[in-house]
Design a protein around this ligand. Structure first.
Ligand code: NAG
Ligand code: NAG
Ligand code: NAG
Ligand code: NAG
Length: 484
């Protein structure tokens, strides 16, 4: 008898526990309602940018400190970046503050939904509303169809998403706009109301959709923007206390659009440029810092002279032209190298450390980098390097030897996958310098004048400083030690 009572009690406790768990899980997503959502999807390049404006309301009594964004798993795999900001103030005095966004998990996520949590600056109290602006970027999300095209054909791609914004919250009203690169749209799924006019496809407004509403749509559209993907980019940043920073960038570039079919006709390409190879690209624009010097550009065959450098006090632009135009599926491997004045990038922090303040990302315009590696080669005798990057990156240390080095140099290696132009942002590498090497430094600096003289001796001021070690992995016969 006693036993059955305790069993009953245990059962009751369990039921109670389940009840409590259900309530607490439910409250986290029932707490918020989206009053209005507007999503603008920009399909004009191969990098898909999505601007989402959410007006949210706390409909419960407890304050809410986070807003959760949901992504279908297929989309989450292609997410390069998620950023959020909050609008404060009314119309004219409106300003924005950056909000932290972090991956998160919710219990029983349907269909493998992936989540990001936006941390609010001040918790939303009951009945209060807030307006959030979210930017997220998708790469490799436009699928060429047909997958192969001839030189004279335009490139068509599929874009797939949902007409309804995937959300763990109830959405009272929502509209989605897709901006297409041209007026040529072959087909699109209708989820009424749906309207296509000019270069804009509009889904909605839709009213009162429950959490996790989803309505797949496919848009088949023309997109001839250059699908420039760097499968691998290695940027080596070599700090020399001799007064120079030497940058060497190794690119493995591919045109990730529809594959080129048939033979390439240069005659047709050159005589009818507006009809022929519209999705191909022949120029690339690299954005380099101002005061860049000793710029060179070469591939496996050797130097390529067809590059133009424009510089002003704010930036330098290097226009490079590969040996042949790039069509879908074609690859180009090349190296860009340049020198920069040390004083523009190397500073001393209040605690006496030195630090490099340099730019992350890829200098080539509108480019996706599947895998980016930045190697910061510190001067001989540097210790305890640490990096400050505003987003997660993998890091480790290596040692590099070049013929002037006795002990080898510490190399801080940063790695990141799925890099887009929005990742071009300053990052810092802090390090300390061993006192014994400090002694040697004035000596090196003193001989800098001599080195300068030496370098202007030869074929002109375009030569890098002699003794500036070249790249790590290059075949020395292919490495011009005085490139231009
Ligand atoms: C989840 O999967 C089910 C069954 O496959 C489907 O009916 C539902 O629409 C999916 N929901 C979402 C949000 O993808
Ligand atoms: C590259 O060009 C520079 C200057 O024009 C020249 O000195 C060097 O030998 C060239 N290297 C190769 C591999 O052609
Ligand atoms: C790094 O440089 C950028 C400008 O390029 C500047 O805005 C930023 O304040 C610098 N950061 C540090 C820590 O010096
Ligand atoms: C360098 O390249 C040349 C020809 O391109 C080749 O004969 C030689 O073996 C290579 N050397 C190394 C160390 O890879």
């Amino acid at each position: 008898m006693a036993r059955s009572i305790s069993m009953e009690a245990a059962g009751l406790t369990l039921a109670f526990l389940i009840l409590i768990l259900t309530i607490s899980a439910a409250s986290s997503t029932n707490q918020i309602q989206i009053l209005n959502a507007e999503r603008r999807i920009d399909l004009s390049s191969h990098i898909v940018k999505v601007f989402l404006t959410l007006k949210v309301e706390n409909v419960m009594t407890a304050p809410a400190s986070e807003i959760v964004l949901a992504f279908p798993p297929a989309q989450a795999d292609h997410l390069a970046l998620v950023k959020a900001q909050a609008a404060i103030g009314k119309k004219k005095k409106k300003s924005y503050v950056h909000l932290d966004v972090n991956p998160t998990e919710l219990p029983d996520a349907p269909n493998g939904t992936k989540y990001f949590s936006i941390s609010l600056l001040n918790p939303l109290s009951s009945g209060e509303t807030a307006t959030l602006e979210v930017l997220y970027i998708l790469t490799h999300s436009l699928k060429p169809f047909p997958a192969e095209i001839s030189q004279s054909e335009s490139q068509l791609v599929y874009f797939r998403d949902s007409a309804l914004i995937l959300s763990p919250y109830h959405v009272k009203q929502q509209t989605t706009f897709l901006k297409t690169p041209s007026t040529k749209v072959e087909s699109f799924t209708r989820v009424e109301p749906t309207k296509f006019a000019g270069r804009e496809l509009k889904y909605g407004p839709y009213e009162d959709r429950p959490p996790y509403s989803f309505s797949p749509v496919t848009v088949h559209l023309e997109n001839n923007s250059p699908f420039a993907v760097v499968e691998e980019l290695l940027r080596e940043v070599e700090i020399s206390h001799w007064g120079n920073i030497q940058i060497t960038e190794h690119y493995k570039l591919v045109h990730a659009g529809a594959r080129h079919k048939g033979v390439f006709s240069r005659v047709e390409y050159q005589s009818r440029p507006s009809f022929s190879g519209t999705s191909s690209f022949k120029h690339l624009l690299a954005s380099l810092p101002p005061r860049v010097h000793s710029v060179y550009y070469r591939d496996d065959i050797g130097n390529i002279s067809s590059s133009h450098l424009r510089s002003d006090y704010r930036k330098s632009e290097l226009e490079i032209e590969p040996r042949y135009p790039l069509f879908g599926g074609w690859k180009a491997t090349f190296v860009i190298g340049y020198g920069l004045p040390l004083e523009d990038f190397l500073f001393e922090s209040p605690d006496g450390k030195r630090y490099l303040n340099f730019s992350f990302g890829c200098p080539l315009a509108e480019t996706v980098v599947d895998k980016l590696t930045i190697k910061v080669v510190l001067p001989e005798g540097s210790k305890d390097p640490s990096a400050a990057v505003p987003f997660p990156v993998e890091q480790h240390l290596e040692t590099k030897y070049s013929y002037l080095d006795v002990v080898g140099r510490t190399v801080l290696v940063l790695e990141k996958k799925n890099v887009v132009p929005e990742h071009i942002t300053p990052f810092q590498v802090y390090y300390t310098f061993k006192p014994i090497f400090m002694l040697a430094e004035p000596l090196m600096l003193a001989s800098k004048g001599l080195m300068m003289q030496l370098s202007s001796d030869g074929s002109g001021s375009h030569d890098p400083l002699p003794g500036q070690p070249s790249m790590l992995s290059l075949n020395s016969s292919a490495c011009p030690c005085s490139p231009n």
